[in-house]
Design a protein around this ligand. Structure first.
Ligand code: TYM
Length: 334
């Protein structure tokens, strides 16, 4: 059986939260046993919005630590930092020349991030998705585990791959990568507003559970999370119409692997406090040990550097072969 090649990345732009974990990182560790896996810390993407250099460096180590603490094993997966493998930036340039302006103009994440300020954001933010396509295609990755907010970028990656293959008459050179998105938990919402995504940039820390939150903080945040004045409903349909409650059910299911129906059968008709107590316990069991491990690893920069060095070597070796073929296909003189 041919192994799949899996690649994904996380931006080092601040504390990671439950959305990053359930939507993406949790699946990374699951996939590493059967596939060839590469997981990067995408620092080149991070600077599309200005980052203070000390914070960027620290956050890069923190994502590395979070990968390790979540069970990604550097013996099975390649863990590396994007800027340390120059092929990402090189392939991104080639793909910038393949990708159409009209395609980038349709990217909803750019519209959301630039808002009314689109004339004054960096041009890197606009071409962000072609760099992401380069991350994936540089290793001819076939599967990309992400949250649903990245789906459109994955579709663009497929369009870019297809156009490159067509323009250069190199059929099947780049595979068309498939997103790997777990439906229920692919968009974890804010604990304060079930219609907006859990995000690092939300000004309220009570909107999210951070991976480094301790036990007491998790309890406080879940206690304060928005629910309803009614008892816990008895059907999935009713829950689906209650965004905040639905989100807590998804989270509960994501951290325990109980189905939503199983959770309903335990709590229906009760007030939300029992549900919240048990949800806190489940989160503490699953998330708090990751936070403790992240903090421990952050005190061992020597080990983190060693992981990144080894990852860099492996990623470079693999990427150089593909980049060489791309340069040949494009017609660059060797
Ligand atoms: P980033 O750093 O914003 O997020 C990292 C991963 O976490 C997922 N995610 C969520 N999932 C569920 N619910 C949420 N509330 C939530 N918030 C974030 C994201 O979907 C993502 O999978 N562009 C990417 C980074 C990237 C990348 C790549 C990903 C760069 N190159 C190549 C895959 C392949 C991003 O901004 O992720």
């Amino acid at each position: 059986m041919i192994k799949k090649t899996v690649l994904s990345g996380v931006q080092p732009t601040g504390d990671l939260h439950l959305g990053n974990y359930l939507g993406a990182i949790k699946n990374f560790a699951k996939m590493q046993n059967e596939n060839e896996c590469l997981f990067c810390i995408v620092d080149l993407h991070a600077i599309t919005v200005f980052q203070k250099s000390e914070e960027l460096r620290n956050n890069t180590y923190e994502v590395t630590a979070a990968y390790l603490a979540s069970g990604i094993d550097p013996k099975k997966s390649v863990i590396f930092n994007q800027s340390q493998v120059s092929g990402h930036a090189e392939l991104a340039w080639v793909l910038n020349c393949v990708c159409r302006m009209g395609w980038l103009n349709r990217m909803t994440q750019f519209k959301e991030k630039s808002g009314k300020n689109s004339e004054n954001v960096s041009s890197g933010l606009f071409t962000y998705p072609t760099l992401m396509a380069a991350d994936i295609l540089l290793y001819k990755a076939t599967h990309v585990p992400v949250g649903s907010d990245q789906k459109q970028h994955l579709e663009l990656t497929r369009d870019i791959a297809q156009k490159f293959n067509n323009d250069y008459e190199s059929q099947d050179f780049f595979p068309l990568p498939e997103p790997y998105i777990e439906k229920e938990i692919s968009r974890v919402m804010s604990l304060r507003d079930g219609t907006s995504k859990m995000s690092k940039s939300d000004i309220s820390d009570y909107s999210r559970i951070n991976l480094i939150d301790d036990k007491d903080t998790i309890i406080k945040k879940i206690k304060k999370s928005k629910t309803a004045d009614t008892p816990v409903p008895s059907s999935i349909e009713t829950i689906s119409d209650m965004p905040e409650v639905n989100n807590l059910f998804n989270i509960f299911s994501g951290v325990t692997s109980m189905s939503k129906n199983e959770i309903i059968s335990i709590y229906e008709g009760q007030n939300f406090s029992n549900f919240k107590n048990d949800l806190s316990d489940a989160l503490i069991e699953k998330i708090a040990p990751i936070g403790i491990e992240i903090k421990k690893l952050m005190n061992d920069k020597k080990y983190l550097n060693q992981v990144l060095q080894e990852g860099k070597e492996k990623a470079r070796k693999k990427s150089e072969l593909v980049l060489k073929d791309v340069y040949d296909i494009v017609g660059f003189v060797k």
